[in-house]
Design a protein around this ligand. Structure first.
Ligand SMILES: *Cc1c(COP(=O)(O)O)cnc(C)c1O
Length: 393
């Protein structure tokens, strides 16, 4: 689904719109006897024709299974094209995408700025693993950032909207401040995907993804990816090779398969989630819905400027106690209780915010995060309705 904007302004993806790129990126049937999809290549060893060929392996396209295979290449090429990047590396999880991206940019003595509403395990990595490298983490308020004190060795980490509470940061202002200081920038773009926002086109150096979510889309695998601009690509590629963290072949192949339908899946996730979010906003059991696509949301203007489309994940603040939140969640039948999101099925969790915010402690009611899947939204609403009845009854 291309927006009016995209149709009227010159399309950046080699003259093609993102849905078209999604359907064709990374495919080279001519290399595989005409078969549409690349093979799932399981490999460690690659055989060479001679010692001389082995000695010249650094220039070889496929020197070893850890480095490259036709399967790795197809997904990396597709994601590189989708984000208009210099290159993409694949890693075994979304969390690895976060940590490898950060490690590729930090230096001893530098400071990384991280939003207070960052994905929880990203915060844990910064708190527990970066001090030993001489890297200081400074948390900022995503809606009122104080990014003073950045220099060319600083790294600005962003996530939009933030985890659990879905505040929209002013990406443009943040990036402008970082660039003025010469700092490196990276965005965890898992929520929006490149179909809604292409970070590198907005002068962000690194885009990273939990491909586990919408790229793969079926709750059956873990994968991550990091795409970088020419400034950051050489260091990222070197670190990825030195760490030896490649994604698994089967995961890569399934992610390629998932990617082809991401446009239609996201459109339905968005439509269903908006239907459910609007219904929730009118319920007395809900204090407020945390979803930047709703006009009443404080982040709506920024969402409209930068995204204009949304996906299936949002939150709500319950008008009730934590015990009531537990009763509500335990009463759900169609929604599963489980971590992660981005698959075809609807999920719910209780947001654990007590220790999760250090700049601005969470003082509001209990937060429930919902992922709206591809079910009929009328059935989802019925399920929520009976769970509210069980909660208050
Ligand atoms: C899920 C998630 C991750 C981590 O992905 P995994 O594949 O589960 O490790 C990273 N960032 C965000 C924003 C996420 O939602």
């Amino acid at each position: 689904m291309s927006t009016d904007d995209e149709s009227s302004s010159p399309p950046p993806l080699g003259g093609r719109r993102s849905a078209t790129v999604l359907a064709h990126a990374g495919l080279h049937p001519e290399r595989f006897h005409g078969f549409v999809n690349p093979p799932l290549v399981r490999a460690s060893t690659v055989l060479f024709e001679s010692v001389e060929a082995m000695e010249g392996r650094t220039g070889h396209r496929y020197p070893y299974g850890l480095t490259n295979t036709p399967t790795i290449e197809a997904l990396a090429e597709a994601l590189t094209e989708l984000d208009c990047a210099a290159g993409t590396v694949l890693v075994p999880s979304g969390l690895a995408a976060v940590t490898v991206a950060i490690l590729s940019a930090v230096k001893p003595g530098c400071t990384i700025l991280v939003p207070d509403n960052v994905y929880g395990p990203t915060r844990r990595f910064c708190d527990e693993s970066l001090p030993a490298l001489g890297v200081t983490t400074r948390y900022y308020d995503p809606v009122d950032p104080d990014c003073g004190g950045m220099d060319e060795r600083s790294v600005l980490f962003m996530e939009a909207p933030g985890s659990l509470t879905f505040e929209m940061p002013d990406l443009e202002a943040l990036v402008a401040a970082a660039r003025a200081a010469g700092a490196a920038t990276m965005l965890d773009n898992t929520w929006a995907t490149p179909l809604i926002y292409r970070p590198l086109e907005h002068r962000i150096d690194i885009a990273l993804y939990a491909g586990t979510k919408y790229f793969a889309g079926h709750s059956d695998l873990l994968i991550g990816s990091i795409s970088a601009n020419p400034r950051m690509w050489p260091a990222l590629r070197r670190l990825h090779r030195n760490l030896g963290v490649q994604a698994g072949t089967e995961e890569i192949w399934l992610t390629l398969r998932g990617l082809r339908t991401m446009e239609v899946r996201l459109a339905r996730h968005e439509e269903n989630a908006m239907t459910v979010a609007r219904w929730l906003a009118a319920r007395p059991e809900v204090a407020r819905v945390l979803h930047p696509a709703l006009p009443a949301d404080p982040g709506h203007r920024l969402w409209q400027r930068d995204f204009g489309r949304s996906t299936g994940l949002f939150g709500l603040v319950l008008n009730g106690s934590e015990a009531e939140a537990r009763r509500f969640l335990n009463a759900l039948r169609l929604f599963g209780l489980g971590y992660s999101w981005g698959g075809f099925e609807s999920l719910a969790i209780l947001g654990e915010l007590r220790q999760a915010r250090t700049v601005k402690p969470w003082t509001d009611g209990p937060v429930i995060r919902l992922h709206i899947g591809l079910e009929d939204p009328a059935d989802l609403i019925e399920d929520l309705e009976q769970a509210f009845a069980a909660m208050t009854g």
